[in-house]
Ligand binder design. Structure first.
Ligand code: URA
Length: 188
């Protein structure tokens, strides 16, 4: 086993045993992250929902199925990307993550980013953008804009759950996803 595999194994094991915040008491599964560990593109959502908590895999519920449709529309294969969340455990009734929960969990995501070394990180929704891009991020005004951060570029798009609530945003989402695909293709 090489060093990278050992680091992935240790990180995942630590995450599965984590009890740094009270969400560990109500989780069915820790939702560590999934996909290509050498991906150029990484998506970061907010926190697992019910289906993710039950299955242990991010973005498998209705919002995840909508994300899959956008990936298909711009010819990105889900198995080529890495998908994780800010929180690895489901907040009760899908409430917003608390700052203390994000603080307790964020080092798992930091290490995932160091291991994957993506060229592009896409925040799925306001909560991830506020944590990873800037605290006052306004998703309605700023979605689709780009920030260069060291070795990678970052952007944010509407959360697929927000698109389920307000389908009028789907056109914006498609345009943002097309721009993400273009940027990836240019970076090859
Ligand atoms: N919403 C998220 O932010 N993440 C998931 O994994 C599922 C729904």
């Amino acid at each position: 086993m090489d060093n990278i595999d050992a680091r992935w194994g240790a990180l995942e094991a630590k995450c599965r045993e984590c009890s740094k915040c009270p969400l560990c008491e109500t989780r069915t599964n820790c939702v560590f992250g999934t996909g290509n560990r050498n991906a150029d593109l990484m998506f970061v959502g907010e926190a697992p929902g019910e289906q993710e908590d039950l299955s242990g895999t991010p973005f498998v519920g209705r919002a995840g199925q909508l994300l899959d449709r956008f990936l298909y529309a711009v010819d990105i294969k889900r198995e080529d990307v890495y998908i994780a969340n800010i929180l690895k455990c489901r907040p009760p009734k899908n409430r917003d993550p608390l700052p203390a929960e994000e603080d307790a969990c964020i080092d798992f995501l930091r290490e995932q980013v160091r291991l994957v070394r993506p060229k592009v990180i896409v925040c799925l929704g306001r909560i991830a953008a506020m944590r990873l891009i800037k605290p006052d991020y306004k998703i309605t005004q700023e979605h689709g804009t780009w920030v260069e951060k060291g070795d990678f570029a970052m952007t944010a798009v509407f959360h697929p759950a927000a698109l389920l609530r307000d389908p009028r945003r789907k056109e914006d989402m498609l345009n943002d996803m097309k721009a993400i695909k273009k940027r990836l293709d240019e970076n090859k």
